[in-house]
Design a protein around this ligand. Structure first.
Ligand code: GDP
Ligand code: GDP
Length: 437
């Protein structure tokens, strides 16, 4: 399972700045488009492609009358306790404060491994800043300037060897003939009802995947002659564990499931539309670049009138992923299952399709010829050729001159062009632009 790193510290020391530095990648799939919610607390760090991890900004441990017992503090504490490593962020400009001491004491008590990250050292003597915190007795102390990305690569180099290896990822992926899907969504949308229905129908062939380090983190099943692997969901874990029925929603566990799957089926409740929490879950799927099918559940509870309204509301709210299919289902009655699995199949086929350099370059040439990009400061950006750069999501690497100055509108045009030409549905596409050659 993906490792978790938690940012802890008092307000204003630069935790969210550091969070952004870790989670923003050069070729972000999630742009700041209306409707997509970028989770402010949890994000994937892919600065090292081979060793991704989840980073959590626990928010401020504030100094109010409730001190560490406040609601945010509680959240910070549980995130820190869940983490493999804690980054204790302090302000190098202001030096140690009383609240830093309180946090330190608490951190010691948890027994969690932590690094002391001394931020805002820009323009200051780094060693002097670090020395100020010497009595904190941290094993690893690093000066950084998060706002200027300074010290972040060094910090990353220290973090990676301290994280557990994600062994389950290999085990889960070792049966390439199986489509790995995850049913995700906020509590009560119907995940366990759906999963139990699917497994109930296919009881004879459902089995836990052996060799994984936790119980039942995945289950294999067959449907209409196709093989599937259902990745860790609340629904799976709940099977046979009635006492855990009221399980709290864990963003981190959802992110782990997304990471291990190829296609994420995000369940929505037809009666409630797209809530903020739904938008956050969708944002994580997009950020991870996974295939996506939106399953609008509890369709049985809708009248003809509300059905029409629900559809148009969803179309509006989900305009940032028009490429994803919306399937209406009733987990309770088992309707819509055939369509749902057809959509999963289409998303998987698109997400994992292999491309050749010649077909990709050809597509680029036609797209360019039929609609060249606008001139930027007297120069026309030129795109010379493209080649495939990987799948899930399909990635296209475009070479040319001034391609870095291509605007969002043009990039969207290219994406839509490729989508249509290669008939790709249910998956985000990634374009990486390279200057020269
Ligand atoms: P948080 O409350 O701990 O999440 O802190 P923020 O990330 O919101 O940052 C608080 C303030 O510190 C903001 O005004 C940032 O611009 C500033 N800040 C963050 N990192 C640095 C840095 O490396 N150097 C300087 N000089 N300011 C920074
Ligand atoms: P989870 O928290 O996402 O796993 O949601 P559950 O599967 O526990 O379902 C939450 C509630 O919604 C339960 O009371 C289910 O019976 C109900 N429910 C689930 N699917 C449907 C459906 O398709 N139609 C209706 N009417 N209720 C449903």
């Amino acid at each position: 399972m993906l490792p978790l790193v938690a940012l802890v510290g008092r307000p204003n020391v630069g935790k969210s700045t550091l969070f952004n530095a870790f989670t923003r990648t050069r070729d972000a799939l999630v742009h700041d488009e209306p409707g997509v919610t970028r989770d402010r607390n949890y994000g994937y760090c892919r600065l090292d492609e081979e060793h991704p991890f989840v980073i959590c900004d626990t928010g401020g441990l504030s100094d109010d009358e409730e001190g560490l017992a406040g609601a945010t503090a509680k959240q910070s504490r549980s995130a820190a306790e869940e983490a493999d490593l804690v980054l204790f962020v302090v302000d190098g400009r202001e030096g140690p404060s009383a609240l830093d001491q309180t946090i330190l004491k608490w951190l010691r008590k948890t027994g969690k491994p932590f690094f002391l990250v001394v931020n805002k050292t820009d323009g200051l003597d780094e060693q002097a800043c670090v020395n100020e915190f010497a009595r904190f007795g941290a094993e690893v102390v690093l000066p950084i300037a998060a706002a200027h990305q300074r010290g972040v690569p060094e910090l990353l180099q220290q973090i990676l060897p301290r994280l557990p290896v994600d062994a389950d990822a290999d085990v889960l992926a070792e049966d390439p003939g199986r489509v790995r899907i995850a049913f995700i969504g906020r509590p009560n949308v119907g995940k366990s009802t759906l999963v139990n229905r699917l497994l109930g129908e296919e009881r004879m062939i459902a089995s836990d995947v052996p060799g994984t380090t936790r119980d039942s983190i995945a289950v294999d099943m067959e449907r209409d002659g196709r093989q599937y692997r259902l990745i860790d969901t609340a629904g799976l874990r709940r099977r046979g564990k009635v006492e855990e029925a009221v399980e709290k929603f864990s963003v981190f566990k959802t992110m782990q499931a997304i990471q291990s799957c190829q296609v994420a089926v995000v369940l929505l409740d037809a009666g409630e539309g797209v809530t903020d929490q739904d938008a956050t879950v969708l944002g994580h799927v997009l950020e991870a670049g996974r295939g996506l099918v939106v399953a609008v559940n509890k369709w049985d509870g809708q009248t003809n009138y509300t059905r029409e309204q629900t559809i148009s509301l969803l179309d509006r709210k989900l305009s940032f992923c028009t490429w994803a299919e919306h399937i209406t289902i009733s987990a309770k009655h088992g309707t819509g299952m055939r369509e749902l699995f057809r959509a999963i199949h289409r998303a998987h086929t698109s997400a994992t399709r292999q491309f050749t350099t010649s077909e990709v370059t050809k597509a680029l040439e036609i797209a360019y010829a039929s609609f060249p990009p606008p001139v930027v400061r007297g120069h026309l950006p030129k795109m010379k050729y493209a080649h495939p750069g990987g799948s899930n999501p399909p990635t296209f690497i475009v070479h040319g001159t001034r391609v870095k100055s291509l605007g969002e509108t043009y990039k969207r045009y290219l994406e839509n062009f490729f989508r249509k030409r290669f008939k790709l549905v249910g998956t985000p596409l990634q374009f990486i632009f390279r200057e020269g050659e």
